[in-house]
Design a protein around this ligand. Structure first.
Ligand code: NAD
Ligand code: GLY
Length: 386
């Protein structure tokens, strides 16, 4: 099967890179990295965690070394709670101790947590060094590895300290998804449904059809089927093409923009998601699972504001549920969720910007001044407690 290539060309930062998608690609990491990096790059630091490195580290490291790179490894602790300044500081010290220079590079081998932390360190180390992404979760493949957002969390919320730092390349090897837990697959597909919902009917249908043909509960079994691999690579290519197109038009998420092509639309479903993650101290939900609820909430709110059709709402909810079972929200305190909204980083001035839907493929940004508190509260009650 031929690999797929998606180009990302950014006018704002005058930077471009390629996303390579295929099967069994990790043993080509070295040749790929050589193509993506400058001829002066001598040293590469692989950033990962112990679990992922045990599975895929050696193959990537050997391939990079075979291509002549001097490779060192830095492993973070696993989990969202370690995507913080303390981990970033330890990594930055490691880069200094290993005498990494401005022409050297960091490779993030892992999910969104590893990618965001590795990218953040690469963005600030000596004011920015090259960075490659090898995403190993479905969520990271279709979303976090593409577009250059890097960040760490603080006690005040998620991704509050960060930088835009575009990678020099992204290598997506779908064979690594065989070892991913089912809940993580579900979480990733929630982000895929999110992108389909805001993109257009075509990406939405492709995502929905994929989930119908290959139910998440049997995901691992399908990996031996060539058609599955082909359809999976096509879906990922379509997903990242959409994300790339939005990022190309609004690389740094211009806060003054509120049109349907603003990068802000990628945050569809994220206002509730971030609040749910915060009130459960990042321990209960996978990020994408929280996005699953966020999608349903934003769509339900859109319907209550009479801008979104009930049939489309039902269809969208159905496709979110196709992504897999989400953890129960019956015991979530709604007042805490409501209070958490005001910390959301999409707040512009004093008002919160909700990403809503007018139809599939037609997102609309609405400030909370135009939505009553009681509508938000009733929608929360319906989506989380009924
Ligand atoms: P994650 O990085 O925590 O990975 C999920 C779990 O899967 C971890 O335990 C990890 O060790 C494990 N894992 C990873 N790959 C594996 C594999 N192939 N086999 C077995 N286990 C594997 O979670 P995630 O969902 O990938 O990422 C979530 C993070 O991404 C959040 O911090 C979120 O804020 C961030 N994010 C960033 C962006 C962005 O644009 N930068 C976009 C979306 C999400
Ligand atoms: N995941 C949102 C963005 O990349 O902008």
């Amino acid at each position: 099967m031929e690999n797929k290539l998606v180009a990302v060309e950014l006018n704002e930062s005058a930077h471009q890179y390629e996303i390579k998608i295929g099967h069994d690609l990790l043993d080509q990491s070295g040749i790929w990295a050589k193509k993506c990096l400058s001829a002066n790059t001598k040293k590469i630091v692989i950033v990962s965690n112990a679990k992922i490195f045990r599975l895929y580290g050696a193959i990537v490291q050997n391939s990079l070394e075979k291509s002549g790179f001097d490779v060192s490894i830095w492993l973070m602790k696993d989990g969202e709670k370690h995507k913080n300044l303390r981990s970033a500081e330890t990594l930055l010290k490691f880069l200094s101790t290993n005498q990494i220079t401005r022409t050297d590079a960091v490779v993030g081998l892992g999910g969104g947590v590893v990618g965001d932390l590795a990218g953040f360190a690469a963005a600030v180390f000596q004011r920015g060094i090259a960075f490659l992404q090898i995403p190993t979760t479905f969520l990271a493949m279709i979303d976090s590895s593409v577009g250059g957002k890097t960040a760490v969390n603080t006690e005040f919320g998620k991704n509050l300290i960060g930088s835009f730092h575009q990678p020099n390349g992204v290598l997506i090897d779908v064979s690594v998804l065989q070892t991913l837990e089912k809940r993580e697959i579900t979480a990733g597909f929630c982000e895929a449904v999110k992108q389909g919902a805001i993109a257009d009917q075509r990406l939405f249908d492709q995502t929905a059809e994929f989930l119908k043909s290959y139910p998440v509960k049997n995901f691992k079994k399908f990996h031996s089927q060539p058609d599955f691999i082909k359809d999976l690579c096509s879906l990922i290519a379509a997903q990242v093409s959409f994300k790339a197109q939005i990022v190309q038009g609004d690389e740094k998420e211009n806060s003054a923009r509120s049109d349907g092509k603003s990068r802000k639309i990628l945050n569809f479903g994220h206002t509730l998601a971030h609040a749910l993650e915060k009130v459960t101290e990042y321990k209960y939900f996978k990020h994408g699972e929280a996005v699953g609820y966020g999608i349903i909430f934003a769509a339900e709110l859109s319907k209550r504001l009479d801008i979104f059709d009930n049939n489309e709402l039902n269809l969208l909810c159905d496709v979110v549920h196709r992504a897999g079972e989400l953890p129960s929200t019956k015991s979530i305190n709604l007042e805490q969720v409501f209070a958490a909204f005001k910390h959301d980083k999409k707040t512009v001035g004093q008002s919160l910007q909700w990403i809503l839907l007018e139809s599939i493929g037609k997102p609309k940004i609405v400030t909370d001044r135009d939505i009553s508190n009681s509508t938000v509260q009733q929608t929360l009650e319906k989506v989380l407690h009924s």
